[in-house]
Write a protein that binds this ligand. Structure first.
Ligand code: ATP
Ligand code: CA
Ligand code: CA
Length: 444
């Protein structure tokens, strides 16, 4: 069956996919509203519903300007329950998913999956292969047993599973939480597996504006790891350990820890530079001169800024641009998905009332680089829909012949989990030595 993978969606215009799935989701969330809330039943996990969307519309669906398509919704009641678990109101879900166009992300993965981001930054929609879709369906009951027991987890949160069918092609999609808010600049991004074999970002990837690096790159950039306060370190390691146990129990492998690093010290410097640039640009525009402060280049940065601010205020130009204000506001806004920031994900038992600074992004895990730079980490475990049990069957029979069998099948997911935990706990993250690093804005 060659109805999934990159071939299919590459032949369908992304616009068509995005528009159609928005119509599909709008319909399913809308029609769920008429079904009263009730306890989840086992067969809710297997249920699916297919709706036809003729371009001229029907008694159930609106007319649209895309091609004729069908939209299949997997386990609608079950996913509604999961959205509830994370306090996502139907109206909010609808607004996020359907009210504005989706944005397509460039994917560093090799699988050919496409990622769409909702305009408000809350959700990611990823195209998945048929195998992955089937695996997620099977996973749902057990996975959400774990989630109900413990919603504080770094595991991905799935909020919907759909199949868009057009021209006898299927595009399967999963909606999940976005780990990297795009209004917070990530100064580096890592996709870490705890393995070193070929774990280096490709040349093409490294040339991107915001590349996703891998394990070997991390070791090069952070030879001594990233430092966490003792309580934070323990909370993170406990969460990773518990999550790995769940993944191992489903014989899942090949997952990664996605780590986005916001460097507060670099960010402060960038902000300063931006303010200077803005003020200068405005002055230039006002005066029509090309170099209004030519000699200011020699002045130290602080003086230069002061000078510019003075001029700016005289000229009644706000010293912080409106753009800057907007960003600050959205950085600190409440996120839609409850207890899902990186910090909240790891602090089930920990009373995480960190004094947060007004103009600093929220939700990240405070850390330090080995050069004592202040960092905020945005992390989560991703790409968990590969089960050894299902996917590697064939490979396994082959390998069994080579390495004497069944020990391999039991061992591999557990080996993977152990190596993953070891790498995260020993190489990637380190407990701050002796003195506590207070994570408050140091006035530099
Ligand atoms: P692979 O070739 O490894 O199978 P894939 O197509 O399955 O790749 P993923 O490994 O799931 O894709 O993710 C690829 C990249 O997309 C990640 O390294 C990360 O940069 C980004 N990404 C994935 N999931 C999320 C998420 N929930 N939030 C933010 N970014 C994500
Ligand atoms: Ca991956
Ligand atoms: Ca994958």
């Amino acid at each position: 069956v060659e109805d999934d993978g990159e071939v299919t969606y590459k032949k369908i215009q992304s616009k068509q996919i995005m528009g159609s799935i928005q119509l599909g989701i709008q319909h399913t969330v809308g029609s769920l509203a008429s079904k009263p809330k009730r306890d989840l039943l086992m067969n809710d996990f297997w249920e699916m519903e297919t709706i036809a969307f003729p371009p001229d519309g029907s008694s159930l669906t609106p007319a649209h300007h895309y091609s004729d398509f069908r939209f299949k919704v997997y386990a609608p009641i079950a996913f509604r329950y999961f959205r509830d678990l994370f306090h996502i109101e139907p109206d909010d879900f609808l607004l996020s998913m359907c009210a504005s166009p989706l944005r397509e992300l460039s994917n560093p993965g090799a699988s050919g999956s496409i990622f769409y981001l909702t305009n408000d930054d809350e959700f990611i929609i990823k195209t998945v292969q048929k195998k992955e879709c089937e695996f997620l369906q099977k996973l749902l009951p057990g996975y959400y047993m774990n989630l109900s027991q413990n919603p504080r987890t770094l595991l991905p949160k799935f909020f919907g599973l759909y199949c868009f069918n057009y021209n006898s092609k299927n595009v399967r999609l999963v909606a999940m939480n976005n780990l990297l808010p795009s209004d917070i600049k990530m100064h580096a991004k890592y996709d870490l597996k705890g393995s070193t074999f070929r774990r280096k970002a490709s040349k093409v990837e490294r040339q991107k504006a915001s590349p996703t690096f891998k394990d070997l790159d991390f070791a090069e950039h952070h030879p001594n790891g990233i430092f966490l306060e003792s309580d934070t370190y323990t909370a993170l390691m406990n969460t990773i350990k518990r999550d790995c146990m769940v993944l191992e129990s489903f014989q899942i492998m090949d997952y990664s820890l996605l780590v986005g690093i916001h460097n507060l010290d670099i960010a402060a410097k960038e902000k300063r530079e931006e303010r200077i640039r803005n003020a200068r640009a405005k002055l230039q525009r006002r005066d029509g001169t090309s170099a209004p402060l030519a000699d200011a280049d020699d002045a130290p940065e602080a003086d230069q800024l002061q000078q510019l601010q003075a001029v700016a205020s005289y000229a009644s130009i706000p010293s912080t641009s409106a753009q800057g204000l907007n960003r600050t506001r959205s950085m600190n806004r409440q996120r839609l998905v409850a207890h899902s920031t990186a910090m909240e994900s790891i602090t089930a038992d920990l009373d995480a009332t960190l004094e947060e600074c007004e103009d600093e992004p929220k939700g990240g895990i405070p850390a330090r680089s080995e050069n004592d730079e202040r960092l905020l980490l945005y992390i989560g475990i991703i790409d968990i829909l590969q089960s050894y049990r299902l996917e590697k069957k064939l490979e396994h029979t082959f390998k069994s012949i080579l390495y004497n069998g069944d020990t391999v099948s039991v061992c591999r997911p557990s080996f993977y989990a152990k190596r993953f935990q070891d790498a995260m706990g020993k190489q990637v993250f380190k407990k701050t030595p002796t003195f506590p690093l207070k994570h408050s804005p140091s006035k530099r």
